[in-house]
Design a protein around this ligand. Sequence first.
Ligand code: FAD
Length: 511
Amino acid sequence: AKTLRLILGDQLNHHHSWFNKKDNEVTYIIMEVMQEQQYVKHHIQKIIGFFMAMRNFAEELRNEGHQIIYFRLDDEDNQQNFKENLKNLIEKLSIEKFEYQLPDEYRLDQQIKEICENLEIETQVFDTEHFYTSREDVKDFFKGKKQYLMESFYRDMRKKHHLLVDNKLEPFGDKWNFDHENRKKYDGKYPLKAPLLFKKDVSDIVKLLDDLKVDYFGNIKPKEFPYPTSRKEALKVLKYFCDELLPSFGRYEDAMLKEHHTLFHSCLSFSLNLKMISPKEVVDQVIDTWQANKKEIDIAQVEGFVRQVIGWREYMRGIYWDQMPAFASKNYLDNKTKLPSWFWDGKVKMNCLKYAINNSLDHAYAHHIQRLMVIGNFALLIGANPNEVDAWYLGVYADAVEWVQITNTRGMSQFADGGLIGSKPYVASANYINKMSNYCSGCKYDKNLRHGDKACPFNSLYWNFYIKHEDKLKKNARIGMVYRLLEKMDKSEIDTIVNQGNHYLSNLNSL
Ligand code: FAD
């Protein structure tokens, strides 16, 4: 039967079994549509990264002999949404069967199901053949549990896939987890490497977006677009990571530096999330590299990385499919504060936020600890509305697709799920940020002060947060210590801290 196969922008998997054979009866459709530029306001580098990768993917498939239709955003017959474009194509090409791959986003999953229900031809859905797990695996694994402990899922994954375990399924290095060795400030012992950048000229796409008045934010150097946008380039990023960065990955995983925004992180999330490379090939190559270089690379570096990919990444996806759509409106702490304006222009005086936000605006990237312990920490301490926090994170990062963004943001970072993902809120005062970074030096604010003009806002906001949410948090055994400290504090000291925090809360735009 004459078949139309839809490929979404984050389904650029060259190794999908769809492409094993060329078939004149099959036409593939890939489209740039306004619908996808508008459901949230995106960073310009995110839009361009997706478009470039989609265009390259279409070109490669075409060169291999597949029949491809590609809609550019400014094509005349582009109706700017999936529904109408598909309807028109099915009619025009006299299509008899429509096929698609499971969308990873709930919104699109619903939409395409609905499109299918209204089609009069046969439809069929396929797996994306990307993840280790199915949509339901995490849900099944934690059946009946109140809290979804990542670590137990992760250990099960290690055994199931025979990764970093011996024949008796015992972990290499005699430990499952080397997390406590991954908490070093950068001490200069291992030299930093520049991230691998591709520097492509994308001026024509910038012009296209401007001509069509696409509403975007963030910064870009149009002649030096840095992202990998083909499988070949994604593989180069992986090789660069294995050769140059893996030996220090775990050690400095939580460190932050003014002078370097990627440190030893892999920068693979964009390539992975668009499926230009698979988690399995990433993990296999990392483990092979370690096995060939055990003198230079110790297990803590490798285990830390494998945990992120087979643990956190698969776990978050499973939580997403277990919890959506209700997850998207969770707000356990009833937070309502508007995000300050400097989330969009980077004009903030607190050094740590200045670096973390401007890294995000300049590169559509920030590493995990900047996302979690600087920006997310701040948003939670001010009681930011999780809808706004989600929209910002979903827009700003090039790797942001909802299944991995919302679970990390609303769940892990904002505690809006009431502790399903993290057993306590990820909040910290200036002390933590100073311990993990060099941001505090030269800052307008003093990391050691809790009140007064120069006091670092993180300190008073931290105590304010715990005081405000005492009814919900005090009963949490992992937090007891904080409340014991508060009980020992002078009443007048507490009042002064609360006043200081409230002062900052009323002046968020000028911090
Ligand atoms: P590395 O540090 O090199 O890690 C390797 C890989 O592990 C990553 O590429 C990623 O695929 C995976 N990984 C690491 N941590 C996580 C995690 N917590 N959840 C899922 N996968 C993980 N990641 C996204 O891909 N998209 C997002 O939109 C996103 N939003 C986030 C929002 C918040 C508030 C937080 C705290 C984290 C978010 N993350 C997100 C997870 C993580 O921060 C990024 O995956 C990582 O920073 C990407 O950079 P990297 O490839 O250099 O990662």
